[in-house]
Ligand binder design. Sequence first.
Ligand SMILES: *Cc1c(COP(=O)(O)O)cnc(C)c1O
Length: 221
Amino acid sequence: MNSIKENLKHIRKTIPEEVTLVAVSKTKPISDILEAYQSGQRIFGENKIQEMTNKWEEMPKDISWHMIGHVQTNKVKFMAPYVDTIHAVDSFKLLKEINKQAVKNDRTINCLLQIKIAQEESKFGLDISEAESLLNSQEVKSLANINITGLMGMATFTDNKEQIKNEFNNIQSFFEKLKTDHPTLKTLSIGMSGDYQLAIECGSTMVRIGSSIFGARNYSH
Ligand SMILES: *Cc1c(COP(=O)(O)O)cnc(C)c1O
């Protein structure tokens, strides 16, 4: 198996410079994150708030931490002091809580709206029309300590490349359409280890890559 450093080097070579790489370090130990850090990686993604907070406490403070997992409203306060971007925002209630906790910490927190693109039954994510009405809502616009910086999506877990491509194309065209009215939207977070090349072809500006950097996880999250 290649080292984390070699994996990172390879991935950086295969993604364009303007695409942001989030190194997904969930379940992996501090020593692995340090190895990635030492080869220049500064953006890490986690899907559990407690685990991310423990890692934030131990790691150098110039890291941007991205929460990529589903977030319960009552847990936002634990990451509000430091989290850079929350990827899976899917309700007004959650946006309001993120704003409230950001105010308490005198910070601004970046949020991505999670769009339901997978055909499989999924509990999380907004429909296109729901995302549109959130972005257009005066109440959302009045939340001064959050920035809605883009969209996030997860394709169906399948080997069918055509299907994944269709799902990526759908979110990309929605993203392009929204950008005309909402110029603050800059980020399209799609693509993981298995499909990031395809995601980039479909307009991804941010890929979330875990196992191709750190190796397989012992159990899936
Ligand atoms: C775990 C996870 C990833 C990374 O998955 P890999 O297949 O290991 O690259 C990306 N996005 C989300 C939301 C995840 O939970």
